[in-house]
Design a protein around this ligand. Structure first.
Ligand code: PGA
Length: 250
């Protein structure tokens, strides 16, 4: 299974900036490590520019940061899986903590996005993770169970394992500079693996689990090599081509 090294650009970058970073990245990484695949999730307005920059570059893929679970219709401001596929996306993020906690998305709504995106042909990166109060209350396992059970409820039978990816992102580690410790990451990933095997028995063993939350050039290599870590989801350190290239090659 290839490691997925993903860049979440959040609400950063104009079209020109996105194009320049994507081109710089492909220049800096002429050959991807054999076991790695890269996915960049720019804002919607920059999808076309990044798609253009990645043209002909095997292993560099495009993703969107969000989606609405309907084919088309009167949903002002939203975007459908078909539109994302049309723009060149292979992946979509569902349930990022900023959407859950800033925009108020429920576990059930995230599950609808996952199911509909899979049905329409996108691969999904489902983000899960606990807040600091939830961790301090000893609720890590309960939170992960709830988010995964709802998030994976509509996964169709017969789905290939590489069409769904889980990103474990402890909310207290996102954008804070506080990376989770090695033991904390291994513990959470082991819990996620066991729920994957419970909720998706046919593919649970082979679904990739990414770690995200303050990943930088200096900790990426160590985290990548932990048991049950199959890639990284990088925010801040993916905004510059130089640091993201180092993370890819770490
Ligand atoms: P960060 O963000 O790397 O800046 O902590 C990760 C994410 O939100 O996906």
């Amino acid at each position: 299974m290839k490691q997925l090294i993903a860049a979440n650009w959040k609400m950063y970058k104009t079209v020109a900036e996105a194009k320049s970073v994507a081109c710089e990245l492909t220049d800096l990484v002429p050959d991807l490590p054999e076991n790695a695949e890269v996915a960049v999730f720019p804002p919607f307005t920059a999808l076309a520019a990044v798609a253009e920059a990645f043209k002909g570059r095997a292993g560099f893929t495009l993703g969107a940061q969000d989606v609405y679970p309907a084919g088309e219709g009167a949903f002002t401001g939203e975007i459908s899986p078909l539109m994302l596929l049309d723009a060149g996306c292979a992946y979509v993020l569902c349930g990022h903590s900023e959407r859950r906690h800033v925009l108020g998305e429920s576990d059930e709504f995230v599950g609808k996005k996952v199911a509909f995106s899979l049905e329409q042909g996108l691969a999904v990166v489902l983000c899960v993770g606990e807040t600091l109060p939830q961790r301090e209350a000893g609720d890590l396992s309960g939170v992960l169970r709830r988010q995964l059970e709802s998030g994976l409820a509509g996964v169709p039978a017969g789905l290939e394992a590489n069409r769904i990816v889980i990103a474990y992102e402890p909310v207290w580690a996102i954008g804070t500079g506080k990376v989770a410790g090695v033991a904390e990451i291994e513990q959470a990933h082991a819990i996620i693996r066991s729920y994957l095997e419970e909720f998706c028995p046919a593919i649970g063993r082979d679904v990739r689990i990414l770690y995200g939350g303050s990943v930088k050039e200096n900790n990426a290599g160590e985290i990548k090599r932990l048991v049950n870590v199959n890639g990284l989801l990088v925010g801040g350190a993916s905004l510059q081509a130089g640091s993201f290239a180092q993370i890819i090659e770490a």
